[in-house]
Design a protein around this ligand. Sequence first.
Ligand SMILES: CC(C)(COP(=O)(O)OP(=O)(O)OC[C@H]1O[C@@H](n2cnc3c(N)ncnc32)[C@H](O)[C@@H]1OP(=O)(O)O)[C@@H](O)C(=O)NCCC(=O)NCCS
Length: 168
Amino acid sequence: MDTLTIRREAEADIPAIRDLTSRAFVDKPYSDQREAEIVETLRDTDSLTFSFIAVKGPAVVGHIAASPVSISDGTGNWFGIGPISVDPATQGEGIGSQLMQRALDELEAMGAGGAVALGDPTFYRRFGLATRPGLTYPGFDPQYFLAVALADPDVPAGEVTYHPAFTG
Ligand SMILES: CC(C)(COP(=O)(O)OP(=O)(O)OC[C@H]1O[C@@H](n2cnc3c(N)ncnc32)[C@H](O)[C@@H]1OP(=O)(O)O)[C@@H](O)C(=O)NCCC(=O)NCCS
């Protein structure tokens, strides 16, 4: 069985990341199917803090990105994790969890103050992300907006703004 490797994206991986991201979100009712475009816009505007892929044999089976966010109280050095995608054929094998852990390890190594993510609380909760009463993302269902403090002692209070790539 092929082992799983997680590494930074290279230019040659870009088409596979686009394809994977489209396939992962294609039938998801909570998605507007813009995730592949979001990743490309972040890359094209030098706003990908990092982009890791999971590789199994010759195939790119997973991807995770992060980008800076701003917070209305002025707190800096916080990042949005996502989009995260795993090939539908290999979901449920722990690949998404390994990508999340790699992303959090990278943010910790960078000295990031903390991270936010938009998505399923059941998936993100196991990595310490949770809803935080003081930190909001206007226009989004609050139960799906999650945060974790890393280098910062606490989660700040304020409104979070993602890179414009996320809002089109
Ligand atoms: C979400 C996603 C990245 C998870 O990747 P994965 O490789 O399937 O996740 P894992 O195998 O590491 O699963 C970890 C755990 O989370 C659970 N889980 C996975 N996806 C979940 C989801 N969407 N909602 C709730 N729980 C989920 C799994 O059941 C598993 O639990 P278990 O360990 O008790 O069995 C993947 O399902 C995916 O690409 N989904 C489509 C795109 C998407 O929704 N991205 C995230 C936006 S929130």
